[in-house]
Design a protein around this ligand. Structure first.
Ligand SMILES: *Cc1c(COP(=O)(O)O)cnc(C)c1O
Length: 360
C-alpha cells in the first residue's frame, strides 16, 4: 500500500486513523454482523452513531442548546436554496460576494427573493475580503450571507461582518472544524463535509432554533424545510448514513487530538510553512492579500502557464497529488485541511524549492 499526499480541494484527504478504523469495522460493525452501509437508519446501532456524532460536534464547536444540528443531503449547494426559502420573511437578503460559491448562493437566492450584493471583491478576481465594518445593510434584510472561506480563491474572513443586527448566515464548507468559532454570532452556519470533515453527500447545518419554523416561503419543498428535518432529528427520510458515520469518526479523531484550539494551532503552523516559502520564492507567488489568507486553501502561481503545468505534472510523479488550481482560475492550489500532516506540506515546499532551482 502506498498513499500519496493529497492536496485536493474536495473530496479531500481524511485522517488515516479514521480510514483504518472504518476498514476494521467494514465487515462487522461492533459485533452486529454487518457494515454501517447495510444497517437500517432506524436501528439502535445507527441511532447511537448519529446521536454520538451530534454530541461530539456540539462539544467540538461548543454549540449552545438553542441551536439544532441537522445532517442533510444535497450538499452545501442545496442550502443555497434552503436558506432563502426558510428565512424568507420580507423576501430581502444581503449577500457579500467573495468568490464563486458566494456568487452561486446569491444567484440562487435571486430566483426566489430580492437578493442584494452589498459588497464584492470581484474587481480584483476575489483576491481579498472587502471591508465589512460598515456595509449598506438593508433595513428589511432577512439575513446577511457570507462564504467564510473561499475554497477556490484562498481567502478567509478574519473578522465577521458587521451585520447591523441582522442574522448572519455563513457557508463554512472549506474551513469546517478547522478552528473554534463562536456559534452565537451566527443564525445559520453550515458546511458540506467533503472538504474538511468526511465523505461527500452530507451537509451539516447548525441553525438557531427560532429560525426553524413553519413560516417558510410558499411551496418550499418538504425536504428543504428545516422544520421537517429538525422535527425528525435528521431522519425524515434515509440520510447519508455512511457519511454521518465517518464524520463521527473524524469528530472522535479531532477530540483525541486536542480539539479545535489545537487544530487551529496546527493549521497555522502548517500554513506558515507554505506561505513563508511563497513569500521568499523568486518563482512562486501567492495570489491573495496577505491579511486575508486562508489556512486551508493556498493558491499560487509561477506566472507562466507552461511552468505551472510542468510543476503539477512533476509534483504528481513525486507523490504530491491534486495541486492543479480550480479550472476557473488556473495556476496551483494546495488544500491543506486538518487531515494533511505537516510532513506533507514540508515535502511540498521541498519539492517547490527544488523545482525553482531547476527552472529559473
Ligand atoms: C465545495 C463548496 C460548495 C459546494 O459544495 P457541494 O457539497 O458540492 O454542494 C459550497 N461552498 C463552498 C465554500 C465550497 O467549498
Amino acid at each position: 500500500m502506498s498513499r500519496v499526499y493529497n492536496f485536493s480541494a474536495g473530496p479531500a484527504v481524511l485522517p488515516e486513523e479514521v480510514l483504518k478504523s472504518a476498514a476494521e469495522d467494514m465487515m462487522d460493525y461492533k459485533g452486529c454482523g454487518m457494515s454501517v452501509m447495510e444497517m437500517s437508519h432506524r436501528s439502535k446501532m445507527f441511532d447511537d452513531i448519529i446521536k454520538t456524532a451530534e454530541a461530539d460536534i456540539r462539544e467540538l464547536y461548543n454549540i449552545p442548546d438553542n441551536y439544532k444540528v441537522l445532517f442533510l443531503q444535497g450538499g452545501a449547494s442545496q442550502q443555497f436554496t434552503a436558506v432563502p426559502m426558510n428565512l424568507c420573511k420580507n423576501g430581502v437578503a444581503d449577500y457579500i460576494i467573495t468568490g464563486q460559491w458566494a456568487k452561486k448562493a446569491y444567484q440562487e437566492a435571486s430566483r426566489y427573493i430580492k437578493a442584494n450584493a452589498i459588497a464584492s471583491s470581484e474587481d480584483k478576481t476575489f483576491s481579498y475580503i472587502p471591508d465589512c465594518s460598515d456595509l449598506p445593510v438593508s433595513d428589511d434584510a432577512d439575513y446577511v450571507y457570507i462564504c467564510e472561506n473561499n475554497t477556490i480563491y484562498g481567502t478567509k474572513y478574519k473578522t465577521l461582518p458587521n451585520t447591523k443586527g441582522k442574522i448572519l448566515v455563513s457557508d463554512v464548507s472549506s474551513c469546517f472544524l478547522s478552528e473554534p468559532i463562536d456559534v452565537t454570532k451566527y443564525g445559520v452556519v453550515y458546511g458540506g463535509v467533503q472538504k474538511n470533515v468526511g465523505p461527500a453527500g452530507l451537509v451539516i447545518s447548525i441553525i438557531r432554533e427560532d429560525l426553524i419554523t413553519d413560516e417558510v416561503m410558499d411551496k418550499t419543498p418538504t425536504m428543504l424545510k428545516w422544520k421537517t428535518q429538525a422535527d425528525a432529528d435528521s431522519l425524515y427520510n434515509t440520510p447519508n448514513c455512511w457519511s454521518i458515520y465517518i464524520c463521527g469518526l473524524v469528530f472522535k479523531w479531532l477530540k483525541a487530538n486536542g480539539g479545535l484550539e489545537k487544530m487551529k494551532a496546527l493549521n497555522e503552523e502548517k500554513a506558515a510553512v507554505l506561505y513563508d516559502f511563497l513569500d521568499s520564492s523568486n518563482l512562486f507567488k501567492g495570489t491573495v492579500a496577505k491579511e486575508d489568507r486562508s489556512l486551508m486553501n493556498v493558491p499560487f502561481i509561477t506566472g507562466d502557464k507552461d511552468k505551472d503545468a510542468l510543476f503539477v505534472a512533476e509534483a504528481k510523479k513525486a507523490g504530491l497529488e491534486n495541486l492543479k488550481g480550480h479550472r476557473s482560475v488556473g495556476g496551483m492550489r494546495a488544500s491543506i485541511y486538518n487531515a494533511m500532516p505537516k510532513a506533507g506540506v514540508e515535502k511540498l515546499v521541498e519539492f517547490m524549492a527544488d523545482f525553482e532551482k531547476k527552472n529559473s
